[in-house]
Design a protein around this ligand. Structure first.
Ligand SMILES: [Zn+2]
Ligand SMILES: [Zn+2]
Length: 213
């Protein structure tokens, strides 16, 4: 076995996942809780978007999106993570864990468990490619809802920076999400926009656009 199961490049380490894909899987796993949180404003737009910067709410309520409801349900993001952790623990002869507590707490626990086992997964588990592929697909699914499609060459244009400066003016610099990066950073004012803030980011951009029109 010297081909990575995820990218099919030669892997000098001789494991199931190459170092690059292992690292990418770590990043995707670490992002899952933030992506889970990031879905909330899209689920209930009327209550979660449009508050904060200007204090004025007032977006019309939209119908609940069932795809988002499914991703946030116990069988969604958390179910996928717990399912893979259970498979790993079984394979390694560890006793099964009984999921307990809130979905957020369960997701954090499952992600921690998978991260702790990732070195073993990458080197020794023949299901590593299947696992890493499903985590990649899951992260993409959620990201496609909370952020625009990724332009792998130039980075994805994420509209303009809505940060408000001390003088009350809006920054307005073009934001890009670099290929493989998970945090949007403004080159001009250095404001960082991690995935959990993307829904709010979009809402403020829409507000600025409406104000400019
Ligand atoms: Zn690879
Ligand atoms: Zn800025």
């Amino acid at each position: 076995m010297d081909l990575c199961q995820l990218c099919t490049h030669h892997d000098a380490m001789g494991g199931y996942l190459c170092p690059g894909c292992t690292k990418a899987t770590v990043v995707r796993l670490e992002c899952l809780p933030a992506l889970y949180d990031g879905l909330l404003p899209f689920l209930a737009p009327s209550s979660a978007i449009g508050q904060g910067r200007s204090g004025k709410g007032g977006h019309a309520p939209l119908p609940v999106r069932e795809d988002i409801l499914d991703l946030r349900a116990p069988g969604g993001i958390v179910g996928v993570a717990e399912g893979w952790l259970a498979a790993v623990r079984k394979e390694r002869g560890m006793r099964p864990l009984a999921p307990a507590g809130s979905v957020e707490g369960r997701l954090n626990a499952a992600v921690s468990g998978l991260l702790a086992n990732l070195p073993w997964i990458a080197v020794s588990w023949e299901q590593a490619g299947l696992f890493a592929g499903e985590i990649r697909a899951l992260a993409r699914d959620v990201q496609s809802i909370v952020a625009p499609a990724v332009d792998t060459v130039r980075g994805t244009r994420i509209g303009t920076c809505p940060a408000v400066h001390d003088d009350g003016g809006v920054c307005g610099a073009v934001l890009r999400l670099g290929h493989g990066e998970t945090v949007v950073r403004c080159d001009w004012c250095s404001t960082a926009w991690p995935p959990a803030t993307w829904a709010q980011l979009k809402a403020w951009q829409d507000e600025d656009q409406a104000a400019a029109a």
